[in-house]
Write a protein that binds this ligand. Sequence first.
Ligand code: ADP
Length: 455
Amino acid sequence: MKNKILILFSILSLLVLLALEGHLLLNTYKLEIKSYKNDAVRHIFKIYNQSYTDSIYWLYRDNLKSNIKTYYQKEQSIGDLFRNFSNNNKSLNSKFNSFIGSELAELTEHQIQIKVSLKELLLYRSASRTDTLFSELNGKTNLILGHNFNNKEGTIINTSVWKDHLSTEQQYPYFNSKTTIYINTPNLTSDVLSGMLWIFIVSLIIFVFVVLLFYYSISNLIKQKKNSEIKTDFINNITHEFNTPLSTIQISTKMLLNDKVINNPKAIKSTVETIERQNKRLQSLLDQVLSRSLSKGGQITMRKEETLISEYISNIINDYKLTIADKNIDIFNSITPSTDIVKIDKFYFSVVLLNILNNAVKYKGTHIEVIFKFNHKKNYFELIVSDNGIGIDKTDKAMVFEQFYRVSENLKHNYKGLGLGLFYSQEIVKMHGGSISLVSDLGIGSSFIVKVPIK
Ligand code: ADP
């Protein structure tokens, strides 16, 4: 429960951290955009206020005014007015663009475009008569100077109205021209994002690092908890395991002191046999615990010797059969005698086979088969022990080779054990350079497959 709360809090704090990081990045992005745009405006004004730009501007005004005059004197239509104006304006515009472009290049690496656009052009013939020569409201746009980008892409930085009389002596006719200056920064997003790339990378690295740190700490915590649970299980188990033979020996020795038993050789024999069996049981328990503490420090020292393998395995199986009192249990030795010799540690290898055989019997196998195969091509031999016992569930399969692991369902049924046999067997097989695997179906049976390289 404590762990779950801790994990929940860790995930929550990670999410908060992620949100905070996202918020900071977004704010930085917005600020960068703002300063990028401010810089662009500053640069444009700086250039715009220069005398060269001013002179171009005056030329454009003269051009417009003379075209309006010609229109007023009925020498051209509105269409001609703008055609002529635009034609005259072309060369001015190319000068304007190249000047602005070269000046901007000295100020900034960013691409900035300017557009001076006509909004409205009204000609006041008299107090009561006005011609609308141009109005943006009619859905048209008219470029005066700069780049012809869409108005929606730009930002307005200035709007001005210029009033001028066609003749110096009279109030009428005069015209009003309303112009707007737009600027456009086409690479704004990509420039800002690439400028922020290192911030993204550093934030990502920090975030990944924190996630890994969380993951490492939590998985360590879970491992520690599991270890301590396993140890408690082990102690409970071992106490129980040692208690049974000890109390049987205690009762048996008391019985030996009983007059009825002393005078009955048959009873003495059977009691001594019980003591012997329990003694063996204690010995085997002690062996398991000892071998566990030896293997823990990697202290198993192998003494491999050349072994006539088929005969060696058959002998172990035959000896084992003798120890089984239950007549319902059949152990089939499907090994074909051969003269193949392999190098193994005889003592430790017998421990592996006996552990697996013991388990097959303990976990209710009545039909147990041992198969031995050579794979000369791939240079290994394979020992398979199959039983028709209770089998192992899918989820437990991966765990049974772990130290102290016992299938919890089996604990309820009180199968005695310490959860060390398979762990220890796997260690020994690994020391031989081999592997041990398991095929099992719950309720059907299990097969343990030991593969060991020949050389
Ligand atoms: P144990 O002393 O508990 O038998 P092992 O390491 O030998 O320890 O086995 C680990 C667990 O694997 C056992 O507790 C048991 O639940 C399961 N197991 C091992 N062999 C078999 C088998 N042949 N059939 C069913 N379950 C098995």
